[in-house]
Ligand binder design. Structure first.
Ligand code: DGJ
Length: 697
């Protein structure tokens, strides 16, 4: 079945996924208008839907329907996706259809301005196995003589059908509190979600979901979109007074402009959109499937259990200390040892050394080779922390190239965490960055890089360079290019995306990395909420989750080792505590829990995830992979006398029997679905359990 259908008489296009469809049509004024985003429909039904597009409410509202890429021009007053200024000062756009192409699941619709030589191509792409629709836009300046200025260039406009209410789900947060899920009624207004930081940010994530206010975890229609971009971004949701809800989003924040020279084109990043029924849980599962099949490069690989030195040592790393940690980590069953910040230059604190990527001779007298060899002798892979986009002013790099950082004439260079941002839009700085990374990876056969970025852009200028705002795009593209090049040249290299914790998690970075460091907050109670938000879009196999010391460094909360493990086991398990301070008893327990994680990780990392909600503070996850089910349940706190009742599973064959692989007990599926699984929770706060069930048929 072709995913793209065209009706030539009605000039209407229909894209069909397995359980969703999307239709657009060419309007009389030359614009492409939205027709349908929802349940599967036929081409004839799409034609009928197109004919029924509501007329303008009155002559005071002259444009009927919503454009697929909203612009300025005519009686259009909503937030534009594309805003241009021609060299003579004209800003409005008037379209003329210039043809379309279909290539497999990829539809391109070309529109030319009726007067000015400007071509816009609207791209739509659907994979046959997914309901996710990928969209992006190309703007090409066909004028041989004049530049054109883009005041805004979003990836797409999205429109949802008319409903009495609209609710927005989105993620907010900050450092140490990323991915907090919020649901809120969409006001009749323009609601802006954005990052102006040059990075995806901790404060908002470029994913939103819209429903009519009645969707639950298991029921209801949900429309959601996610932007594949790791720099600044903006999404504007517009609920208009006549009851329509649309949104537009793309790279860059307000106030930036990009000039297209004669003949030049700009491609926006992809924004992916998903219509799903079956509530928020089903939307998340569809996104997880899409990320695995169409975003990640190595989705079938099982992520190793890693050890990371950061919380144990801070900047105090040296050969003997790292070897001691490595020995303990290996004895626990860790498979990848990652040395974090502090191994290079004069980096004994956050004040100096960033940019000087040579091992500190006082800490590693003969370089990194002895440590790398020892880690490998212990049977682990070797990984290193890097922060390639940043520099401390107190560094040899900055002393040699003070002009390589983002800066503006006559303005201070604002330091954050005592560092500045390298301007990787500069080809010389980008080339230098690639070459030291390439040398480092080659020389030590590095298996894993933790790619960190610990501050946002400020004074994002490039004095003397023609189009200064372009660097907001060019920097991120340069990061992508360096990652892509490294991965092409070192096919076994794996990368973890990090930006002071979870400040750079998005579909763009995931296309060239393997996992994300979710948050610097490793407190398991806080993590339950952080992981809940992260999992709305991103699958468990990319969610880095460490077990660290108690009391926790961030919150000072004391929690049992088992609880810390059970929370971290919901993602890619890592250990980040000071193992030299763990007791023999703790080390033995940890080794047992790591062995258990290895048993469940194919199910957690490659299975289908269901969020569970029990009574009181009890929440959990159910993962299903073939006949294997894994249940993780967490109860951070309990009222006096309260024992959570059995936890109902979300995915159960009611006609089957299930066996608990630990205790051997068997349960009828109907009982697991309706009455729930009795949980063997220890008493008190921070109680948790892990159950492995097998479907017996
Ligand atoms: C921020 C990261 O999130 C931490 O895990 C650690 O790598 C530090 N940076 C090191 O400076």
């Amino acid at each position: 079945m072709p995913t793209v259908l065209f009706h030539p008489d009605h000039r209407l296009w229909l894209l069909r996924g397995p359980t969703a469809a999307y239709a657009v049509r060419l309007a009389e004024d030359g614009a492409v208008r939205h027709v349908h985003w929802g349940a599967p429909i036929t081409l004839d039904q799409a034609v009928q839907a197109g004919e029924r597009t509501s007329p303008a409410a009155s002559s005071f509202e002259a444009v009927a329907g919503v454009d697929e890429l909203t612009v300025e021009g005519g009686a259009r007053f909503g937030p534009p996706s594309l805003l241009v200024r021609f060299s003579d000062g004209t800003r409005a756009l008037q379209w003329r259809y210039a043809g379309h192409d279909v290539d497999g699941g990829h539809l391109s619709i070309h529109l030319d301005d009726q007067h000015y030589p400007l071509r816009v191509t609207l791209h739509y792409h659907m994979h046959p196995d997914s309901d996710v629709l990928e969209r992006w836009t190309t703007v090409r300046n066909l004028d041989a003589h004049h530049p054109v200025t883009l005041l805004r260039c979003d990836s797409a406009t999205w429109t949802v059908p008319g409903r009495p209410h609209y609710r927005l789900s989105h993620l907010v947060g900050g450092w140490n509190s990323e991915f907090q899920l919020r649901r809120t009624e969409i006001p009749v207004a323009e609601t802006v979600l954005t990052s102006r930081r040059g990075m995806t940010s901790h404060h908002a994530n470029p994913w939103i979901a819209v429903d009519d206010g009645t969707a639950t975890e298991e029921h209801g229609e949900v429309w959601s979109t996610a932007l594949a971009w790791s720099g600044s971004w903006r999404i504007t949701v517009h609920r208009d007074p006549v009851g329509r809800t649309t949104w537009t989003g793309g790279f860059g924040h307000e106030g930036l402009t990009w000039t297209l020279a004669p003949g030049e084109a700009l491609d926006t990043p992809t924004v992916a959109g998903l219509y799903s029924v079956g509530g928020f849980g089903s939307a998340s599962r569809a996104w997880h499937g899409y990320v695995r099949r169409h975003v990640l490069s190595h989705p079938d690989e099982t992520r190793p259990v890693l050890y990371n030195s950061w919380e144990a040592t801070g900047f105090d790393v040296d050969e003997a200390g790292q070897m001691a940690l490595a020995a303990r980590a290996a004895s626990l069953g860790v498979e990848l040892f990652v040395m974090d910040d502090g191994w290079f230059g004069a980096r004994s604190s956050e004040h100096a050394g960033l940019g000087d990527w040579v091992p500190n001779p006082a800490r590693f007298p003969t370089g990194l080779r002895p440590l790398a060899s020892e880690v490998r002798r212990l049977g682990m892979r070797f990984g290193l922390w890097v922060e390639p986009e940043m520099v401390n002013p107190d560094s040899d790099l900055y002393r040699a190239h003070p002009d390589w950082v983002l800066h503006m004439a006559n303005r201070d260079r604002t330091e954050m965490r005592h560092q500045l941002v390298l301007n990787l839009a500069r080809p010389d700085a980008a080339e230098w960055t690639h070459s030291w990374l390439d040398r480092l990876v080659s020389k030590h056969d590095i298996d894993f890089l933790k790619w960190d970025a610990n501050r946002p852009f400020t004074e994002a200028g490039w004095p003397g360079h023609g189009d200064p705002d372009r660097l907001w795009i060019a920097h991120t593209r340069a990061v992508y290019q360096i990652m892509d090049r490294l991965r092409a040249d070192h096919p076994d290299l794996r990368i973890e995306a990090c930006a002071g914790g979870g400040g750079r998690a998005d579909l763009g970075v995931l296309a060239r990395t393997d996992q994300v460091w979710t948050s610097d907050n490793t407190d398991p109670v806080d993590r339950i909420g952080i992981q809940h938000g992260f999992g709305q879009l991103y699958p468990a196999q990319v969610m880095g989750a460490w077990v660290t010391d108690s009391p926790n460094v961030a919150t000072a909360r004391r929690t049992p080792l088992r609880f810390r493990f059970h929370v971290a086991m919901a993602g890619v398990l890592g250990i980040g505590g000071d193992l030299t301070a763990w007791t023999e008893e703790e080390l033995t327990e940890a080794a047992g829990l790591i062995a258990t994680y290895k048993l469940i990780r194919p199910v957690v990392q490659h299975g289908t995830a269901y969020r569970l909600r029990g009574d009181g503070t009890l929440t959990g996850m159910q993962y299903v992979h073939g006949d294997d089910h894994v249940l993780l349940a967490w109860c951070p706190t309990r009222r006096f006398g309260h024992q959570p009742p059995p936890l109902r599973l979300a995915s159960v064959d009611v006609a089957a029997t299930y066996r608990d692989l630990e205790s051997g007990a068997t349960y009828p599926g109907a009982l697991l679905r309706h009455a729930g699984l009795p949980l063997d929770l220890p008493p008190g706060d921070h109680a948790s359990t892990l159950v492995r069930l097998r479907h017996l048929g």
